[in-house]
Design a protein around this ligand. Structure first.
Ligand code: F6P
Length: 342
């Protein structure tokens, strides 16, 4: 077989490790692997690179993606999928491994429905894919965010300040919740369940009344606190482009509000992309190795149209269309998270 592999959407830790595992499994079965550059853009414009295990052997612990990525959506271009199919044919690619989040895997689902052999691999720091317990990249991002939250809490305690920290998570609050729990945050705001700025002010006031002269407040980027005036530039999937977003971020809005209402010194930090480009932790290295290996096995067993997924300690296959749907925080998790506020 000649297998293509692409990385779509935001980068995360473990992308090179997946490619490495795919190459190992494929070469051991006598397959060749073609790297598609720049995600779906590479399939729109015919950008490929012949890759071998030897190129990726040393990359298990590297961040980012050696294949590069993009947020190009062929479904938004006239005749986009037909162009993709034409370029796959030209490059003599028999099957595709698409590594991405819901956007990338949404395109992969459509391609698979038109008869091309595709296997999806769930990747996103946001952990918002329904078919898998965890997407790779998530726990590395959580580790990184946790370390920075602890550092910010330390300086907050030293100065008697409230520290408000915004972390990524476009639609779901998994990163803020897990990193916040792990760092012992006093309050966490997620998009799925409402916490008002006044709830934050009440908590801050009560802490300072009780002599706890600091607070760590974590807010997910996807929480809609005050702004979205319709002028924010969107990518081709309709999501706000963070770097270009006009207006105030959640952290600075909340910090201003707390200072005004609770009358305590407050600082705002946006962790943003800092948690995304780091080296994969051990869990993500192992998970990506299992996922990459199993993706090739699925293709060899003739089971395309699936997403390889983590269920407990096992890697299983789920239908691509179902697996790549959005996963939001459930009430039981929220009860645990909010039960730790204080
Ligand atoms: O890939 C997911 C994510 O990291 C989101 O948490 C965030 O909203 C978005 O990507 C940022 O995208 P970009 O890197 O294109 O600004």
């Amino acid at each position: 077989m000649r297998i293509g592999i692409l990385n779509g959407g935001g980068d995360c830790a473990g992308l090179n490790s997946v490619t490495r595992a795919v190459l190992k499994a494929a070469e051991s079965k006598g397959d060749t692997v073609v790297g598609v550059l720049e995600g779906w853009n590479g399939l729109m414009e015919g950008k490929f690179k012949q890759i071998k295990f030897s190129h990726f052997e040393g990359l298990i612990g590297s961040g980012g993606t050696a294949l590069s990525t993009s947020r190009t959506n062929p479904l938004k271009k006239p005749g986009g999928l037909a162009t993709v199919e034409r370029n796959l044919k030209k490059a003599k690619i028999d099957a595709l491994i698409a590594v991405g989040g819901d956007d990338t895997l949404g395109v992969a689902t459509k391609l698979s429905e038109r008869g091309f052999k595709v296997v999806g691999v769930p990747k996103t720091i946001d952990n918002d894919l329904a078919g898998t317990d965890y997407s790779f990249g998530f726990f590395t991002a959580v580790d990184e965010a946790m370390r920075m939250l602890e550092s910010l809490a330390t300086t907050g305690r030293s100065h008697g300040r409230v520290m408000v920290v915004e972390v990524m998570g476009r639609d779901a609050g998994w990163i803020s919740a897990f990193a916040g729990l792990a760092a012992g945050a006093n309050m966490i705001l997620v998009p799925e369940f409402e916490t008002s700025p006044d709830d934050v002010v009440s908590l801050v006031k009560s802490r300072y009344r009780n002599g706890q002269r600091s607070a760590l407040i974590v807010v997910a980027e996807g929480v809609k606190l005050s702004y979205d005036d319709g002028k924010i530039q969107k990518d081709e999937f309709g999501h706000p482009l963070l770097a270009k977003a006009a207006g105030e971020n959640n952290a600075s809005f909340l910090a201003r509000y707390i200072e005004k209402e609770a009358k305590v010194e407050t600082r705002a930090t946006v962790l943003g992309h800092t948690i995304r480009g780091t080296a994969p932790n051990a869990y993500d290295r192992i998970m990506t190795t299992m996922l990459g290996y199993k993706a090739v096995e699925a293709l060899h067993s003739g089971r395309a149209g699936v997403m390889v997924a983590v269920h407990g300690t096992k890697v299983v296959e789920v239908p691509l269309a179902e697996g790549s749907r959005k996963k939001y925080m459930d009430r039981a998790t929220w009860e645990l998270v909010s039960g730790m506020f204080g």
